[in-house]
Design a protein around this ligand. Structure first.
Ligand SMILES: [Zn+2]
Length: 395
């Protein structure tokens, strides 16, 4: 039951309910979404749902206040990362308080923010807002920020353009204006196997993979030397990684296959696709011809793993102006992890990342959020509601 004047304790009770839904990204999030939809319907607020192809997951969009204009979007993802193999001190899907901290999967990333936002719905409704507030609760954020794309498409096609989005990822209630992008692949070198005593009859997939990786590592040196050291990112340059490699079957067999995962975390201004193209060009020029000369069956293939553009900071954007005004903060940070803010920015909606809890606790066993962070978020949303009650634009 949503209350007219919810307290931080009500936000915590809501968090307890949300944590109890096991919305690990591989699962359906529909029970959680239907719970939110039904609670909103009970106070007369309609929700728009956008589904995945299998209809097993949904985003929820709801507007409180005037429906004929765009307002402030409170964006949160409903999915969480798995607890598989993690050692938890208490049931990860049962909110547990110890020493001023609330433990549970998703507490800081990021059901804490969703709970605080949603708990305010009735109060927002009764405040007779001049500027609407929208809820945008998504699925599949933890697997590449892909679920929210359906919501943004629906919003762009059918709804007034919002003024700004607040992405409530855990930033310890500090303003974050931008983040790096992510662009990664699984690449497979297909060689030709044979007895290791006769390498001239085969194509050693591991050696070819090593040459590609060597090129990728050299590329990382250039990216490091050309980036602006004062851009606020840590580290300040586009980073390159290779986190996984697999190849071969035995020490005395020429390996027929080698696959590796690699990619970029790119700063604004550097395009992950363009950087990847440099790698593809190198392969096309130097690796493929050699492989094909040995056998037309040999070659290199790539599968895109992840693609998210960077979120470019804009300290004069309406989103940042509003947040600075409401919080009194006068600076904004940069982070290296990706968020849905990049997807909203790509659709023309300016945003900031701003939410309770610390990213240092995200994805770990014994994930928690400080009660004080829930209180701070509750108080911030009170200020936002008061602002939206009397203001029609951001200046
Ligand atoms: Zn998150």
């Amino acid at each position: 039951m949503l209350k007219s004047n919810p307290t931080a304790t009500d936000c915590i009770s809501m968090l307890e309910k949300l944590v109890a839904f096991d919305t690990t990204s591989r699962n359906s999030n529909l029970e959680l979404i239907e719970f939110i939809r039904d609670e909103l319907a009970a106070i007369g607020v309609e929700s728009r749902l956008t589904f995945n192809d299998e209809k097993t997951k949904a985003n929820l969009w709801a507007t409180i206040g005037p429906s004929d204009k765009g307002g402030i979007v409170l964006s949160g993802h409903t999915d969480v990362v798995p607890v598989d193999g993690q050692d938890w001190s208490s049931d990860p899907f049962k909110l547990t308080e110890r020493g001023g901290q609330l433990f549970g999967r998703g507490t800081c990333d990021m059901k804490g923010f969703v709970a605080c936002a949603f708990t305010q719905a009735k109060k927002m409704l009764e405040a007779d807002l001049k500027t609407p507030i929208h809820f945008a609760f998504s699925y599949d954020e933890e697997v590449g920020c892909t679920g929210v794309e359906g919501l943004i498409e629906d919003m762009s096609a059918n709804l007034p353009e919002p003024l700004a989005v607040i992405v409530g990822e855990p930033t310890s209630m500090q303003i974050v204006g931008g983040h790096k992008g992510g662009h990664s692949y699984i690449t497979t070198v297909h060689g030709i196997d044979g007895h290791s005593s006769a390498p001239q009859l085969g194509a050693n997939a591991i050696f070819y993979a090593a040459r590609i990786l060597n090129f990728i590592e050299e590329l990382s040196k250039r990216l490091k030397s050309t980036a602006d050291p004062n851009n606020g990112f840590l580290p300040h340059y586009t980073t390159v990684d290779c986190g996984l490699i697999n190849g071969g079957t035995a020490g005395n067999i020429i390996p027929a296959e080698c696959e590796f995962a690699w990619g970029f975390r790119n700063i604004p201004g550097e395009d992950g696709r363009e950087l990847a193209q440099e790698v593809f060009d190198f392969i096309e020029k130097n690796i493929e011809p050699e492989l094909k000369a040995i056998s037309p069956k040999a070659g290199v293939t790539h599968a895109l793993r992840h693609d998210l553009s960077p979120m470019t900071p804009d300290e004069t954007s309406p989103a940042e102006t509003l947040l600075r005004h409401l919080t009194g903060l006068n600076q904004s940070g940069r982070v290296a992890y990706g968020t849905e803010g990049a997807r909203f920015q790509a659709a023309g909606i300016p945003g900031v990342i701003f939410g309770p809890g610390s990213i240092l606790q995200a994805h770990l066993p014994d994930e928690y959020i400080d009660i004080s962070q829930m209180e701070e978020c509750h108080d911030f949303l009170d200020k936002l509601v008061n602002w939206a009650k009397t203001n029609e634009s951001i200046s």
